[in-house]
Design a protein around this ligand. Structure first.
Ligand code: ADP
Ligand code: MG
Length: 396
């Protein structure tokens, strides 16, 4: 057992005092490219990571749910299943459970969707930095799906596990996010990236084999203070841009990313300057993601790296969701010897960026980036070498 499995088991023992039936894992995720378009019906290309969340869990036949986290301290949360089912699915009702709103929201959504889940004891421990854009929340939600599926023999597939997890995050935890995070944390595969069309949910795996390169994840450690309000602002701007385009064309396009770049050339004159920039990011990022998957499948890391750079530049200039810390860390990475590309990943304004660096130089490059970042920003970042892992609902 690794240290996080041991921590989950020790937490289980501390709070519940007996041996857990099962130890399960759900990964975190990093999005390679396709940023801020999962709510615009675009394509995304994330990987599931070997860092994630572990659970020690057992079924209870008395309908009680008890939840503890090795990372949060405090008492275990204890709720009867019937009491949970009586709660309205809104943040006001789940807020009092603090972090446990995520797993409780998932249990409530599963049961409301007709899955025969019931009481359980679960203790969790995470190896992901929380609140850093590597989706510790989706990891915890999908983990809860995996736990309930295992304990109650549920016929739950990855698509439904992600939809229910997303519903829990939106309705119960009150975070308005797209489907990407839950989807990749549910169905990701080791050594693969997943190309997901967030409109149709069509998806396919692409081998992610960077050869002599390593994917660095660079955590700016910048608190994401602006992220939530700006995220909602961007979503509203994209909706407004789509409305204007649909009205002008007399069409009913379902999402911005259903517009191809050539078509966009014809309609962008209709948009006011700010909305034009937002929409241009969505349309061009969607095209870049499709190309990126092709380059990955051919092992063309050079051109894949160029797309990472173009993606960051679009997020910086058109979508305006990067900020000083992310731009600083990305520029430091790009200046480093042999780096093929770098970009922010996740919601932006803080959180993480990625870079494709030669493996033989990864350590010295990481040190150099960290030193330049400290010099410019005044505090330390953290840099990890990304490793991929199977998710609990991985498809063959
Ligand atoms: P991100 O998903 O980018 O890591 P979020 O703010 O969406 O950031 O989710 C972080 C929240 O998820 C934490 O504040 C906590 O409520 C919950 N969470 C994640 N991992 C754990 C864990 N190991 N134990 C308890 N709660 C967790
Ligand atoms: Mg999250």
């Amino acid at each position: 057992m690794n240290e996080f499995e041991l921590a989950a088991k020790a937490c289980f023992d501390l709070h519940f005092g007996y041996e857990p039936e099962r130890i399960l894992f759900a990964p975190g995720r990093v999005n390679l490219i396709g940023e801020h378009i999962d709510y615009n019906g675009g394509r995304v290309l994330p990987c599931s990571l070997s860092i994630g969340t572990y659970a020690a869990a057992s079924r209870r036949d008395d309908g009680l749910i008890r939840l503890a986290s090795a990372d949060m301290g405090g008492e275990a949360v204890s709720v009867a299943f019937d009491e949970l089912m009586a709660l309205p699915h809104e943040p006001g009702a789940f807020g009092r459970f603090s972090w446990a709103a995520y797993p409780l929201g998932v249990a409530a959504k599963l049961a409301s969707a007709g899955y025969a889940a019931g009481g359980f004891d679960m203790a969790v421990s995470g190896s992901l930095p929380r609140g850093s854009g590597l989706s510790s929340s989706a990891s915890l939600e999908v983990l809860t799906c995996a736990v309930l599926a295992a304990l109650y023999d549920l016929e739950l597939d990855g698509v439904n596990a992600s939809k229910l997890s997303l519903a829990a995050e939106r309705d119960c935890a009150g975070v308005n996010c797209g489907i990407m995070d839950q989807f990749i944390c549910a169905v990701g595969r080791a050594d693969h990236a997943l190309l997901l069309d967030t409109h149709s949910l069509e998806h396919s795996y692409f081998p992610f084999d960077p050869g002599e390169y390593t994917l660095l994840i660079m955590n700016t450690k910048k608190p994401r203070r602006l992220a939530d309000s700006k995220y909602n602002e961007r979503r509203a701007e994209c909706e407004e841009a789509l409305r204007i385009i649909n009205t002008a064309l007399g069409e009913a396009r379902p999402c911005l990313c259903s517009i191809e770049p050539e078509e966009f050339e014809r309609v962008f004159g209709l948009l006011p300057p700010v909305l034009l920039k937002r929409a241009r990011h969505a349309v061009t990022e969607n095209a870049r993601t499709k190309l990126a998957a092709e380059f990955l499948s051919r092992g063309d890391m050079l051109r894949f790296g160029e797309l990472l750079n173009a993606s960051h530049d679009s997020l910086k200039n058109d979508y305006e969701v990067t900020g000083f810390e992310l731009d600083t860390i990305v520029e430091a990475a790009r200046r480093s010897e042999g780096v093929l590309g770098a970009r922010m990943t996740g919601a932006g304004f803080g959180g993480c960026a990625i870079a494709l660096a030669p493996s033989r130089l990864a350590e010295s490059i990481s040190e150099k980036i960290a030193a330049e970042y400290r010099e410019a920003v005044g505090y330390d970042c953290e840099i990890y070498s990304a490793k991929t892992a199977d998710a609990p609902f991985a498809e063959k």
